[in-house]
Design a protein around this ligand. Structure first.
Ligand SMILES: Nc1ncnc2c1ncn2[C@@H]1O[C@H](COP(=O)(O)OP(=O)(O)O)[C@@H](O)[C@H]1O
Ligand SMILES: [Mg+2]
Length: 727
C-alpha cells in the first residue's frame, strides 16, 4: 500500500482482514489512485472481496471483470459476463442486472432470460410493489420473492412472468455507496428460497457489479471530460504539457500541444529537445533560458515566442507556465500551456498596418459618432488640414464646427440625412480652418458604418481630400479662358478693321455714289422749282430719289459702324438671307472694282439661326473678300462669286461661298485655316482661322473644298438651326 502511494500505482493483492470478533478473513483487494492533486493522492478507492465462499472461481471472475474494465470493454459486455458467471455457478438460475437511471430500471444484462420478457420490463418504473427488482430498488434492500404466482409485489407483472415460466425472483440493490445504481436479480423456473450459499453469492456478485458499474461510469465520465478537454484545446488552439522536475522529462503532452509543435502524437512523449528544435531559431536561446529560470526560481512564466515548422510555417505562441511544489517547497512538476495566437497575431498585424495606412494617408480620415458627428478619430493629415496641434483640440470640437459656415445648412439638411438613410454621400464641400477661419475646398466622402452583426449604424466614416490647388487651377483656367476669348475678340475686331480698311476705297465709292446722286437730284429739283409751281410732280420724284439715296448711304455707314465697333458678342435670331444681302451691299464696290459679279441662291423662306450678327457678317465678308481676291489675281474664265444659303438636316443652315478662281489643292484645303498662313504680299493670314473659330463657337463647322465641275474653291459653313441652340 505504501509503495502504491509512493509510486501512484494501482494495486491488487490478497490481504487478511481481522474482524471485530478478532478472527481473520482472507480477502482480495484491489485499489487504485483516484485523483492526484499537487502530487498528493487525494483518495483511494478499494474493495474487499470475501474469499471464503467463492473460492478460486470468484477470484478469477473478479480479476476478469477488473481487466475488462481496464481494457475499456463496454458495460454490457462486463455485466453479461458477470451474469454468465452466476449462471455457471448454480444450475437453473437466470441472472439479470438492470442499471437504475432516475426512477427507471433499464436492461443491462440478462443472457438467459427470454428477450420478450426483458423487452417488456425494460424501462419499468420502480415503486413499492413493482416486482422484485422495482421494489428492491425502491426500498434499497433485497426483495426475495419465492413464488411470483402468489406474491402481491408481482401482481402487476405476474401474468407476464408466468407466461415465460418464471416463478421465483430474488433481487438485491447494487448500492456501493449507499445509493442504488442497479439491481441484481436471480430468477428460477420453480418456486424457491435462497440458501445461505445463495445469499453469500448474491452479496459478492452485487459488490463486484457495484465496483464494475462505478468504475465504468467513472471511466466514461473521465473519457468524456478528456474528450471535452481535447475538443476545447482544439477549439482554442491551446496545448498543455507537464514537466517532471525530478526525472527531468516531459510527463504529459496534450494532443493539441503535439499539433501546435508539429510533432507526431503517435510517437512517445516528446523530449525537451524535440520542443527546443521547433522553437524559432531566433527565439530558441532565450526561451530555453527563461524555462530554466522558471524551474530554478519556481515562478510562473508568461512568454511569447515563435515556432518554426519544418515546412517553414511560423506560428506565434503565447505560453504560460506554473510550478507545482511539494510541502517542503521542492519543485515537483511544471505545468504549462501554449496557445497558438498566429491567427490573432495576423489580425493584429493587419489592423496595425491598416491603422498606419490611415494615419499616414494624405487625406483627412475621421470616424465620427452618430450623435452630432463628432470625430472620435482624426488622422494626422486631418489635424493638419483643419489646423489642430493636438488630438485634444480635435476632440473638443463637434462635427459641424469642421464645416465652413455657409455649408452647414446643407450638411444638416442634406448631407447628414443622406448618409444616415442611404449609407453614403460624396461631393464637393468646404471645411473650415480652425485657426484662420478660411474655407478649405474638399472632395468629401462620407459613409455610414454598420455593426456587422446587428446591421445597426454605429459610426460615420469621413474621407476628405483637399482640392484647394485644383480649385485654384480651375479659377486660373477660367481666367485663361476669359483672357483667351478676350484676345480672340480683339483679334476678330482687328481683322474686321483690317478688312474694312481694305474695302475703304470701294465703300467710299458706295457712299459717294448716292451722295453724288443726291446732289444731282437736288439740282434737278431746284431746276424744276425754278420753272414754276406746275412741275411739283418732278420735284417730288427728285426728292424721293434723294431720300432713297440718303437712306442707302446711311445704311452703308451704319453697317460699317457696326463692323468697326467693339461690342461683346450676343445671340440674336437672324434670317441668314438678310445678313448675306447686307454684306453683299458692303462688298459690291470691291467686286465691281475687280470685275467680279456676285450671284446669290437663297432658300425661301430664309433659314433662321441664332448668332451674333456682326460675327456672322465678319465671316461672310472674309470669305467674299478672299473669293474676290482669288478671282482678281487670276485672269481665266468667268469671274463669279456664288453665295448660296439653304437648310440642312440636322445641322441647320448651310451657307456656301463658291468662286471661279484658281481653287485649292488637297494640301491647301486645311493649311489655309492655319493662323498667319497667307499667300498675299500684304495679307495677315488670320481671316480664315478667325472665321473658323467664330463658326465653331456658334456650334457649327467651316471647311473648304475644291469645286467639282468648274474651277475654283468653295468655302462653306453650317450653323445649327435655332431649335438646336440651347438658350
Ligand atoms: N477663295 C480662295 N481661293 C483660293 N485661295 C484662297 C481662297 N481663300 C483663301 N485662300 C488662301 O488662303 C490664304 C489665307 O486666307 P486668309 O486666312 O483669309 O488670310 P489672307 O486673306 O490675309 O491671306 C490666302 O492667302 C489664300 O492663299
Ligand atoms: Mg483674307
Amino acid at each position: 500500500m505504501a509503495r502504491a502511494l509512493k509510486y501512484r500505482r494501482s494495486i491488487e493483492g490478497e490481504i487478511r482482514v481481522r474482524r471485530a470478533d478478532g478472527k481473520f478473513r482472507g480477502d482480495s483487494s484491489a485499489a487504485r489512485r483516484c485523483r492526484i492533486k499537487k502530487e498528493t493522492i487525494a483518495k483511494w478507492r478499494g474493495m474487499l472481496i470475501s474469499k471464503s465462499a467463492s473460492g478460486e472461481a470468484l477470484l478469477v471472475v473478479e480479476r476478469r471483470i477488473l481487466e475488462m474494465v481496464a481494457r475499456g470493454d463496454s458495460l454490457a459486455e462486463i455485466l453479461d459476463s458477470l451474469c454468465r458467471f452466476v449462471e455457471g455457478q448454480a444450475s437453473g438460475v437466470l441472472a439479470s442486472i438492470s442499471p437504475l437511471d432516475g426512477d427507471r430500471l433499464w436492461y443491462g444484462a440478462a443472457p438467459s432470460l427470454p428477450k420478450a420478457y426483458t423487452d417488456a420490463i425494460n424501462g419499468m418504473a420502480i415503486g413499492p410493489s413493482a416486482g422484485s427488482c422495482g421494489t428492491a430498488a425502491y426500498r434499497g434492500e433485497p426483495v426475495i420473492v419465492e413464488d411470483i404466482a402468489s406474491d402481491p409485489l408481482w401482481s402487476a407483472y405476474c401474468d407476464l412472468a408466468l407466461s415465460h415460466s418464471l416463478r421465483a425472483c430474488w433481487s438485491t440493490p447494487v448500492s456501493p455507496q449507499g445509493k442504488v445504481i442497479a439491481t441484481f436479480a436471480m430468477y428460477y423456473r420453480e418456486p424457491r428460497r435462497p440458501t445461505t450459499r445463495d445469499r453469500e453469492m448474491i452479496e459478492q456478485i452485487t459488490n463486484l457489479a457495484g465496483v464494475a458499474i462505478q468504475r465504468k461510469l467513472a471511466q466514461e465520465k473521465l473519457q468524456r471530460s478528456e474528450a471535452y478537454l481535447a475538443e476545447a484545446q482544439k477549439l482554442t488552439h491551446t496545448g498543455s504539457w507537464a514537466w517532471d522536475a525530478r526525472k527531468q522529462r516531459v510527463l504529459y503532452c496534450s494532443d493539441e500541444m503535439f499539433r501546435i509543435f508539429g510533432l507526431d502524437p503517435l510517437e512517445s512523449l516528446p523530449t525537451r529537445k524535440n520542443f527546443r528544435q521547433r522553437v524559432h531559431p531566433e527565439d530558441r536561446d532565450w526561451v530555453d533560458k527563461r524555462f530554466d529560470r522558471s524551474l530554478r526560481e519556481k515562478v510562473d512564466s508568461f512568454d511569447e515566442y515563435r515556432v518554426l515548422l519544418p515546412d517553414g510555417t511560423v506560428k506565434h505562441i503565447n505560453s504560460s507556465g506554473h510550478p507545482i511544489l511539494d510541502e517542503d517547497g521542492g519543485l515537483v512538476e511544471f505545468i504549462a500551456t501554449a496557445v497558438d495566437v498566429t491567427e490573432r497575431k495576423r489580425g493584429e498585424l493587419e489592423r496595425q498596418r491598416l491603422a498606419s495606412l490611415v494615419e499616414q494617408a494624405a487625406e483627412l480620415m475621421a470616424i465620427a459618432d452618430l450623435s452630432g458627428g463628432t470625430p472620435i478619430y482624426l488622422n494626422k493629415a486631418g489635424m493638419k488640414m483643419v489646423g489642430f496641434d493636438s488630438r485634444e483640440q480635435a476632440r473638443a470640437r463637434r462635427g459641424i464646427h469642421y464645416i465652413f459656415p455657409e455649408d452647414r445648412q446643407f450638411v444638416n439638411e442634406v448631407l447628414w440625412p443622406t448618409v444616415l438613410e442611404k449609407g453614403s454621400w460624396s461631393g464637393e464641400m468646404r471645411l473650415r480652418h480652425f485657426k484662420t477661419g478660411d474655407p478649405i475646398p474638399v472632395l468629401y466622402s462620407s459613409f455610414r458604418i454598420d455593426d456587422p452583426e446587428t446591421g445597426q449604424p454605429v459610426n460615420v466614416g469621413n474621407v476628405c481630400s483637399d482640392i484647394t490647388k485644383l480649385k485654384r487651377a480651375e479659377v486660373e483656367a477660367r481666367e485663361k479662358d476669359r483672357r483667351y476669348s478676350e484676345m480672340q475678340m480683339e483679334l476678330a475686331h482687328a481683322n474686321r478693321v483690317a478688312t474694312m480698311g481694305q474695302l475703304t476705297a470701294s465703300i467710299a465709292h458706295e457712299v459717294i455714289q448716292p451722295i453724288a446722286a443726291t446732289v444731282t437730284n437736288a439740282e434737278t429739283a431746284l431746276s424744276w422749282l425754278r420753272l414754276g409751281s406746275s412741275h411739283l410732280e418732278e420735284v417730288q420724284q427728285a426728292l424721293t430719289s434723294i431720300v432713297e439715296d440718303g437712306i442707302r448711304a446711311a445704311e452703308v455707314v451704319k453697317g460699317i459702324r457696326a463692323l468697326m465697333k467693339k461690342a461683346p458678342p450676343r445671340k440674336d435670331r437672324l434670317e441668314v438671307n438678310g445678313v448675306i444681302l447686307e454684306i453683299i451691299e458692303l462688298a459690291r464696290g470691291e467686286a465691281v472694282k475687280h470685275g467680279v459679279s456676285i450671284l446669290t441662291e437663297l432658300a425661301d423662306p430664309s433659314p433662321l439661326v441664332e448668332a451674333d450678327r456682326v460675327q456672322l457678317q465678319q465671316v461672310l465678308l472674309n470669305l467674299i473678300v478672299n473669293a474676290i481676291e482669288a478671282i482678281g489675281a487670276d485672269n481665266e474664265g468667268a469671274k463669279e462669286v456664288l453665295i448660296s444659303a439653304g437648310k440642312v438636316e440636322p445641322s441647320g443652315a448651310l451657307v456656301a461661298v463658291q468662286d471661279s478662281g484658281p481653287g485649292l489643292d488637297a494640301v491647301m484645303l486645311e493649311r489655309v485655316f492655319e493662323s498667319f498662313y497667307t499667300t498675299k504680299p500684304t495679307g495677315l493670314g488670320l481671316g480664315l482661322s478667325i472665321c473658323r473659330s467664330i463658326i465653331e463657337a456658334h456650334g457649327g463647322r467651316l471647311w473648304a473644298s475644291a469645286n467639282q465641275r468648274r474651277r475654283g474653291a468653295t468655302f462653306q459653313f453650317t450653323l445649327p438651326c435655332e431649335a438646336n441652340i440651347p438658350s
